[in-house]
Design a protein around this ligand. Structure first.
Ligand code: ASP
Length: 321
């Protein structure tokens, strides 16, 4: 399948974050991603768009969904895909990251997909290589393809993003998913609410253009989308909540708290889910409300869309060398 050329340019070599992208650029990425959904449901999912190209997935932090999804996306577009899982403990910050970047760069990859536990590390790496770089999550900073797949899920279900009220609930402070979603949803005209205990709200929350709630029922009242987040205990130094049981009682999504939202409100979660901590297990499996597996499905299409858009700027392959 050849994707339809769009009149709107995407004038960026890398996809490092959602912050700073215009509504047109976001729409362009979503439209291109949407064009892969039907293809992914066919028996033959292969295209040749990236034939001859090399994609390296470089993950300094563990991942199930994102890494698999980028691997499938690259392979379905015909690229040669290499996965490199780097044990974080073996990495000495700074110098080693740059060394790794230079080493990989010498092998002439066309796209590097990078996840790293430090905010800003992917941008730093992108400055040292000649290929396109996609941020697959850097610390608590950004996870642009997650926000794009969330937006595509919302857009396909609700036919729009502008004007919807979206409540992002839970561990906002440590969440790159929250940050990328806040940028995307506010840029696209949605009303964003953050619902969290005060200890899990970032200090600069006043500058994000969102409403803030510390009570779930108030925060969910009249909203169209309920986006739950995982407690990122691996990024916490010290204790941010009294206990997981207590946390579920006040901030876990269950049927009772969900009643405050609109009757047709959709439940989202980026995964991995902690059932019984931030979301009631039975509610998470309720396919009349939860679109969590749609998010996973559309994640592949979004990664294809992003690889497709960024590959338009790659230099021509020179077969005579
Ligand atoms: N998978 C998402 C991320 O990598 C969300 C999470 O881990 O809770 O940020």
């Amino acid at each position: 399948m050849t994707a339809v050329p769009s009149p709107i340019e995407f004038p960026h070599r890398h996809l490092l974050g959602i912050e700073g992208l215009s509504p047109d650029e976001i729409t362009h990425l979503l439209d291109r991603s949407d064009s892969y959904v039907a293809l992914n449901r066919r028996a033959d999912k292969k295209t040749t768009l990236l034939r001859g190209r090399t994609q390296i997935n470089l993950f300094f932090e563990s991942s199930t969904r994102t890494r698999t999804s980028f691997e499938l996306a690259g392979k379905r577009l015909g690229a040669d895909v290499i996965n490199m899982a780097v044990a974080t403990s073996a990495i000495k910050k700074g110098e080693t990251l740059i060394d790794t970047a230079m080493t990989l760069n010498a092998m002439h990859p066309d796209v590097l997909v990078v996840r790293h536990p430090e905010s800003g590390a992917v941008k730093l790496l992108s400055q040292k290589v000649n290929c396109a770089v996609i941020n697959a999550g850097d610390g608590s900073h950004e996870h642009p393809t997650q926000a794009l797949l969330d937006a595509l899920t919302i857009r396909r279900r609700r036919k729009r993003i502008a004007g919807l009220t979206v409540a992002i609930c839970g561990d906002i402070m440590h969440s790159r998913v929250a940050r990328s979603n806040i940028h995307l949803l506010t840029t696209m005209g949605a009303r964003v609410r953050l619902v969290a205990p005060p200890t899990l709200l970032p200090a600069a929350v006043g500058r994000l253009g969102v409403e803030v709630f510390t009570d779930m029922r108030e925060g969910l009242s009249g909203c169209d989308i309920v986006m739950m987040l995982r407690l990122q205990t691996e990024r916490m130094q010290g204790s941010f909540v009294p206990s997981q049981r207590e946390y579920f009682r006040f901030f876990g999504l269950d049927r009772d708290k969900l009643k405050a939202a609109n009757d047709d409100a959709l439940i989202m979660h980026p995964g991995p889910m902690n059932r019984g901590t931030e979301i009631d297990s039975e509610l998470a499996d309720d396919i009349t409300r939860a679109v969590i597996l749609d998010q996973v499905e559309l994640g592949v299409a979004v990664r294809q869309g992003c690889l497709d858009v960024l590959s338009r700027d790659l230099p021509e392959l020179d077969h005579n060398v």
